[in-house]
Design a protein around this ligand. Structure first.
Ligand code: TTP
Length: 229
């Protein structure tokens, strides 16, 4: 499980030559990705790469996330272009430890968020095509591979409650319909697998429960998530 024959040596090694394993954690807004990452952050073999959301909230003083939610039709292309860049940076950063666990990926930004904005009429077709051309080129010409996808599957109503509870000010008007749209796109991509093929095997975890139940789930799948079984 550590090695893919199609990858060059540098892609699958740390500076010390150890084999690497790369995981992306996917799921709806407020599905519990940060909690999941905090748990694995305690392991000395794992490097956790958190999502660059702080960059999206402060791009040279501009809060792109707030702009998106305030006026999606005007700002979706700008935000998603920047998200795509920061995701690419996250994918291509050299490995520091044998196992890398990343919060999301360039894949979910494209197949869930961009797709949702487009299909809900918030992104005009020409802008969608420009983003997609960039995406297709990047996937074909850079190393954005992942070895495993962990999907934190959560009911949209649960995400909505968690989102309001954490109270990120940009998200205070996000309606359930938006989470429903994103949920269906995650399901189509990672569970039903009826849209595009996921780029790696998918481990689906039920993330509806409270924290202590989640800890048991993470404990149970720990070795698999770290590419060891
Ligand atoms: P999430 O990636 O869902 O991160 P989160 O902090 O909600 O995760 P969790 O609670 O599970 O730890 O989204 C962060 C914000 O960025 C959210 O408001 C959705 C938005 N976003 C976009 O608008 N476009 C994108 O492509 C991505 C990836 C996120």
């Amino acid at each position: 499980a550590w090695k893919s024959p199609t990858r060059s040596r540098s892609d699958m090694s740390t500076a010390s030559g150890t084999r690497t394993f790369k995981v992306s954690v996917e799921g709806n807004i407020a599905s519990g990705k940060s909690t999941f990452l905090d748990y694995f952050n305690l392991s000395p073999d794992v490097e956790v790469r958190t999502e660059p959301v702080e960059k999206w909230r402060n791009l040279h003083g501009h809060n792109m996330l707030a702009l998106l939610y305030k006026d999606p039709t005007r700002w979706a292309l700008s935000l998603q272009t920047y998200v795509q860049l920061t995701m690419l940076q996250m994918h291509t950063k050299p490995h520091e430890r044998p196992i890398t666990i990343m919060e999301r990926s360039i894949f979910s930004a494209r197949h869930c968020f961009v797709e949702n904005l487009y299909h809900s009429g918030k992104m005009p077709t020409p802008e969608y095509i420009v983003l997609d051309e960039w995406y297709q080129w990047l996937v074909a010409n850079t190393d954005v591979h992942v070895d495993l996808i962990v999907y934190l599957r959560t009911r949209p109503e649960v995400c909505l409650a968690r989102m309001y509870e954490r109270d990120r000010k940009e998200e205070n008007k996000v309606p359930l319909a938006y989470l429903n749209g994103l949920h269906e796109l995650h399901e189509n991509w990672l569970v039903r697998q009826v849209t595009v093929k996921p780029p790696a095997p998918v481990l689906v975890l039920d993330a509806n429960s409270n924290m202590s139940d989640m800890e048991h789930v993470m404990e149970e799948y720990r070795e698999k998530i770290m590419g060891r079984s």
